[in-house]
Write a protein that binds this ligand. Structure first.
Ligand code: TGC
Ligand code: FAD
Length: 388
């Protein structure tokens, strides 16, 4: 059984179904057994634990909230709980699951042809094939609408040219969902491993998300068969629709990292003796722990309510922006305060703190930076867009 019980100060469990709780607990135990014992080593070595891909498929974590084509068909609250537990292990493990499910399987499921769905979804759900999502470019991060990657219609096929950067799972991927302009309009293309002119070199030198593969994607006159365009969507709303799903998962996931940090800080504070007393007995230390619990509890209520609205079909993407930015922000702050509570020990790999803190710096930036989500909310409030 898991030694990590989670924090449930406001009895969110009373708001979950038995099935939701059972799956959450199963994922929690899986993370304790399969991720916690190996993750620091992978993090320090800068490698992704590839053997977990198939296991995640077998456990039903990949495309968990999608239906048909071998997908588990779970509700969105359960998908959120899976993300929470995975990110308690490591943001890189949750990233793998988010990219595969929300950014690769979702666009194929929502915008793909029947042939594309049949070809890719069962293998991706099983973890037998791996996918990546190419939107960001070296010169276009927060403003993807300015992308330079281009597809040209040559009659019998398309020709793709351009480059993507910061792509999670890029080097590992069997299929890349690539967003490129065709006649000035953003379209999605399925670019397959081995296509001539397509390379995906791994990016190195990261101090964050080290147990996750991040890559460039380079396209030099890549011939894309006509049947590899996603027929069901045109324009920026295609990739943004995928991001809404992935950002939703991150809003839950960040709470897992935050709970891991509070758990570690609380245990440490009770056992660390200074001035002949456990540091947990000092009011300043208790203040830090109480603040972490307060912010986690508020974040849990946000995530739960968001999930129920997503399941009811009433969630908007602006609501997701608020939850993503809030929960990642508080998780990052909690990781920093937890590092302080651990003193010098907080920088050691023996504790998960520094790894979570470093990971959350990326999570704060990817899937829309903190301030991009601020601007989304500002536009919702005022009706005025302040991006440009
Ligand atoms: P805008 O005019 O707002 O929207 C264009 C069209 O899209 C619709 N829309 C959305 N649809 C679904 N979900 C959303 N979140 C949506 N936001 C907007 C919108 O209704 C409109 O539809 P239509 O029918 O009118 O055409 O577009 P804009 O050009 O003003 O851009 C807005 C902005 C800046 C918010 C957007 O560009 C943005 O979100 N930028 C941030 C880019 C980003 O998040 N990149 C993430 C890359 S992927 C990644 O980071 C993966 S990390 C993976 C991991 O390891 O976990
Ligand atoms: P920029 O857009 O250059 O932003 C830099 C700073 O300027 C930020 O503080 C930002 O908030 C601010 N800023 C920008 N515009 C404005 C504005 N209008 N007003 C106020 N402030 C502004 N992308 C993918 O497509 N697929 C992936 O799988 C993927 N995985 C990633 C994995 C990792 C580890 C990381 C770090 C990134 C990943 N990304 C991925 C890229 C990520 O989505 C981008 O980094 C992110 O969208 C921000 O873009 P940028 O880094 O170019 O920052």
């Amino acid at each position: 059984m898991s030694t990590f019980a989670g924090f449930d100060f406001y009895r969110i469990d009373d708001l979950l179904s038995d099935e939701e709780k059972t799956i959450r607990d199963t994922v929690r135990d899986w993370v304790e057994d399969k991720v916690v014992p190996i993750i620091e080593k992978h993090y320090l070595e800068g490698t992704f634990p590839m053997h977990l891909a198939r296991e995640m498929g077998e456990m039903g974590f990949l495309g968990a909230n999608l239906t048909g084509y071998g997908c588990p068909g779970l509700n969105n609250v359960t998908y959120g709980l899976i993300c929470q537990e995975l990110e308690r292990g490591d943001s890189g493990i949750r990233s793998f699951c988010s990219v595969q499910g929300s950014l690769v399987m979702y666009p194929i499921w929502a915008y793909g042809s029947e042939d594309q769905k049949n070809k890719w979804l069962p293998k991706l759900a099983a973890g037998e094939a791996i996918g990546c999502f190419g939107l960001t470019e070296p010169d276009h991060g927060s403003n993807p609408s300015g992308m330079l990657t281009r597809a040209e219609d040559k009659g019998s096929h398309y020709v793709l040219n351009g480059a993507k950067m910061w792509i999670t799972n890029g080097t590992l991927a069997d299929v890349a969902v690539v967003w490129a302009k065709l006649d000035g309009e953003i379209r999605g293309f399925l670019v397959e491993r081995g296509m001539q002119g397509f390379t995906a070199p791994e990016m190195t030198g990261k101090h964050s998300l080290r147990a996750s593969v991040t890559s460039e994607l380079v396209f030099q006159d890549v011939i894309i068969p006509k049947e590899n365009i996603l027929p069901g969507v045109k324009g920026l709303k295609g990739p943004l629709g995928c991001l809404t799903n992935a950002r939703y998962g991150i809003a839950w996931g960040a709470l897992g990292a935050a709970q891991s940090c509070l758990h570690s800080a609380n245990e440490y504070a009770k056992s660390r003796i200074q001035f002949d007393r456990p540091i947990a007995s000092f009011q300043l230390v208790q203040n830090k722990l109480a603040w972490m619990l307060r912010e986690i509890t508020k974040g849990q209520l946000l995530a739960w309510r968001l999930g129920r609205m997503k399941d009811a079909g009433t969630m908007t993407h602006e609501m997701v922006s608020l939850a993503k930015m809030n929960n990642v922000d508080i998780a990052l702050q909690i990781a920093r305060v937890a590092r302080d509570v651990h003193g010098a020990n907080g920088i050691l790999a023996e504790y998960p703190i520094m790894r979570h803190a470093a990971n959350l710096e990326s999570v704060y930036t990817y899937e829309g930076t903190h301030d991009i989500h601020n601007l989304v909310l500002g536009r919702w409030l005022t009706g005025v867009q302040a991006f440009t």
